[in-house]
Each structure stands twice: as structure tokens, then as C-alpha cells.
Design a protein around this ligand. Structure first.
Ligand code: PLP
Length: 418
């Protein structure tokens, strides 16, 4: 089978697209081609309806109300914790904490587990391809504690140099935090291998699943990661909600993150005792509507044939990489062997931002710049990339339009040399 054959997918994209109303929108009068899925995915109608349904029919604060609406809202909210448990295959729903997103999950762990366990002279290990949200919280922690932030380097293709790992993990390493799938390069990192090596020295591993959760089937028990985080908005759910998974024995030892209602067991002016996990980490009224809608997004994903959906994404990736690489003046950035459906590229002598603006006039939404991964750009000595990130609802015809308009953008934007 040819890597460029666009008709090999058995996945019914046309049918799936009907679930996403925004895909019928126009941008600048042209049919919208949405290739900014790594920034945020679009939402199926059922997710949009779940939010409106909650506010229209059973909006109430949860857990402390005896009335009908509060009971209904509480049950709907509590159900989602079980759905996430099932979705990630965690041992218990107690291991699932609702947070605003991946960024908050990392900050939570850095501020609690990190503050408790990382001391002067210790080391925190991350990788060269982290999103800023998996760099800055650890950097803040290291600055506060006098610890050192160390980095697993990557090669020119955007793959981690795993041979360095044995030198980078030392007796001083207190936690390792790695991105599962790079948002800029699409690289799928060998996190399982990192976890095995870390655990051999008793070091816990945090996996940033912001991109991997929608592009793979996650099994935290199989991975044996100690922490895992994802953002709802990147996997068909709403913004402002995400989850932190943590092994119960670690969560239990960690001090609370924020103080307030719900996270307590008893409060007096002399002393407060804390609620059990996961509630210890969920101070205040939670994002009830979006938790419920996240549950619907999970239902949506789980009722799909994910093997087919992921195979379709993979074919889109191969097809796009093949055709883009054939255009003179295009350089692909991130050519790891194990990749999710993210294509980054630069154009010779053309600014990524200008190309992005050009594609926008054709209705094509791509992202340009450093994608919150400035160290990757520094490592590759480029200011930024044009990034097209695909999800299962994208089509080969949309990729054809991208390829066509990238070629036209080069002709249109190319500097005229004297
Ligand atoms: N990690 C990765 C790999 C990401 O791609 C992102 C967002 O793009 C984040 C973390 C942060 O996610 P959020 O902004 O939803 O907290």
C-alpha cells in the first residue's frame, strides 16, 4: 500500500464530521479547514449541549445541598470521576483530581510533591521538548529550593537522546517530568522506558499527556507513571477543565495545594484537618458544568472505534508529510519515527507568521511561532514553525488544500532578489 494513497481509510470521516457543527463554518468566506487541533480541538454537539443542558435544567452547587437540583448535579459530577478512572484505567477514582488543565496539574505537583521532596542540591529532570508549562513550574521550584533543572537532550529529528538518560538520572534526581507527545514536533516519547529506568532508582515520573490523550489510548497502570495530566479542551471537551492522575499512595503523602471549602475535614481557628484524596486537592466550588461536559467528551471518544480513528490520523500525517516534503522550499521540522498527527515545517526565506496569515485568507487555520516550546526552537536554530495538527475529523481533501496553498504561499511570499 502506498504511503500517499488517500483512500485507504475505512474510518467514516464524513459521518463523524456531522457531529462537529463548527466544521461547517466559513473563514473569510472559505470553508473552514481547521488544523489547529494541538492548540484546542473542536467540540461535538453533544458536549456543547451538555453545558447548556446543565445550566438550563439542573444548575446547582454540589455536595452540600439536600435539594433535588443539587443531588442531580452532584451525581452527574461524581459520575465523571468514574468515567475518567475508566478512560485512563486508573486503579481507583480517588486517584483522579479535577484541575483547570495540564498547566494546573503540573503546578499542583511541583508545588506539593515538589516542595515536600525537592531540596537544595537535588535535581529535577525534564526533556528538551517540553511545553513551557512543563518547564516553568519546575524552574520556579528549583529556584526556590536551590535545586537543579536537568534536561534530556534531543537529536535533529526531534527524538530524545535516550542514551544520555543513564548519565542524567543520578542519586539526586527527585522527580522526572516528561511530555508524552510533543505539541510542536508530534514526537511520541518512549515514556514507558523512562519510567522503568526511573523506577529502578525509586524516582517518580510525571507524564504530560496534554497531546497524547486524544491521539492514543492511555492506560496509566500499564505505563506505571506516578502522575499523568491532560486538558479537556484538547480532547473534545471544554476549556477550563482537565485532570491530574496520581498514584493514591503519593497523593496521600502530599500536602494540599490550595486551601478553602471542600478540601477540609474540620476547621477551627487553631487547626484544620484535611479531607481525603482527591478532595484534599479540590478547594472551592469546582467547574461543575465543564466536568459534566468533559464526561460527555470521554463518552464520545470511548464509543468511537479509536483504533480506526487513530489509524486515519496516522494516514493523514503520512500523506501530509509526504506531499509537503515534495514542495521546494519546505523543510519538515520533527521527523521522529514515532509521531502523532502534528506536522511542523518552515519555508525557505519566508516568515512562518506571514505564511500563516496567507493560509488564513484561504480558510486554513494553522498555528505559527514557537508553540510555547521556545527551547525546541533554540535547539533547532529556527525562530518558529508553521504547524498543522490533525484530528480524526480532518480529511485528505483538506490536506490537499493545505499542500496546494503552501506551494502558492511560497510563490506569493518569496522575496524578489535583485
Ligand atoms: N503540555 C503540552 C504538551 C501542551 O501541548 C499544552 C498546551 O498546548 C500544555 C501542556 C498546556 O495545556 P493547557 O494550556 O491546557 O494547560
Amino acid at each position: 500500500m502506498s504511503t500517499t494513497d488517500k483512500n485507504i481509510s475505512v474510518f467514516d470521516v464524513a459521518q463523524v464530521r456531522k457531529d462537529f457543527p463548527i466544521l461547517l463554518e466559513k473563514a473569510h468566506g472559505k470553508p473552514l479547514i481547521y488544523f489547529d487541533n494541538a492548540a484546542t480541538s473542536q467540540k461535538p454537539q453533544v458536549v456543547i449541549d451538555a453545558i447548556s443542558n446543565y445550566y438550563s435544567h439542573y444548575n446547582a452547587n454540589i455536595h452540600r445541598g439536600v435539594h433535588f437540583l443539587s443531588q442531580k448535579a452532584s451525581n452527574a459530577f461524581d459520575d465523571v470521576r468514574f468515567k475518567v478512572k475508566h478512560f485512563l484505567n486508573s486503579r481507583s477514582e480517588r486517584e483522579i483530581i479535577f484541575v483547570r488543565g495540564t498547566t494546573e496539574a503540573i503546578n499542583l505537583v511541583a508545588s506539593t510533591y515538589g516542595r515536600k521532596n525537592v531540596h537544595a542540591g537535588d535535581e529535577v529532570l525534564i526533556t528538551a521538548m517540553e511545553h513551557h508549562s512543563n518547564i516553568v513550574p519546575w524552574q520556579l521550584l528549583c529556584e526556590e529550593k536551590g535545586a537543579k533543572l536537568k534536561v534530556i537532550p534531543m537529536n535533529d529529528s526531534g527524538e530524545l537522546m535516550m542514551e544520555e538518560l543513564e548519565f542524567l538520572i543520578t542519586d539526586k534526581t527527585k522527580i522526572i517530568s516528561v511530555v508524552h507527545t510533543s505539541n510542536s514536533l508530534g514526537t511520541i516519547n518512549p515514556v514507558k522506558e523512562i519510567i522503568v529506568k526511573a523506577h529502578a532508582k525509586g524516582i517518580p515520573v510525571f507524564v504530560d499527556g496534554a497531546q497524547s490523550t486524544v491521539h492514543s489510548v492511555i492506560d496509566v497502570q500499564e505505563l506505571d507513571c506516578d502522575f499523568f495530566a491532560f486538558s479537556g479542551h484538547k480532547m473534545l471537551g471544554p476549556t477550563g477543565i482537565g485532570c491530574l492522575y496520581g498514584k493514591a499512595e503519593l497523593l496521600e503523602q502530599m500536602p494540599p495545594y490550595m486551601g478553602g471549602g471542600e478540601m477540609i475535614s474540620a476547621v477551627s481557628f487553631e487547626k484544620t484537618t484535611f479531607n481525603e484524596v482527591p478532595f484534599k486537592f479540590e478547594a472551592g466550588t469546582p467547574n461543575i458544568a465543564d466536568v459534566i461536559a468533559l464526561g460527555v467528551a470521554i463518552d464520545y471518544l470511548m464509543q468511537m472505534d479509536r483504533t480506526e480513528a487513530l489509524a486515519h490520523e496516522h494516514e493523514l500525517l503520512k500523506y501530509a508529510m509526504h506531499h509537503l516534503s515534495k514542495i521546494e522550499g519546505v523543510r519538515l521540522i520533527g521527523t521522529a519515527l514515532n509521531k502523532a498527527s502534528v506536522v511542523s515545517f518552515v519555508l525557505k526565506e519566508i516568515n512562518a507568521f506571514d505564511a500563516g496569515m496567507y493560509l488564513d485568507t484561504k480558510g486554513i487555520a494553522v498555528r505559527t511561532g514557537h508553540h510555547c516550546t521556545e527551547p525546541i526552537m533554540t535547539r533547532l536554530n529556527i525562530p518558529g514553525t508553521i504547524r498543522a495538527s490533525f484530528l480524526f475529523y480532518n480529511t485528505f481533501e483538506e490536506v490537499d488544500a493545505l499542500v496546494d496553498h503552501v506551494a502558492k504561499a511560497i510563490a506569493f511570499l518569496k522575496p524578489q532578489h535583485a
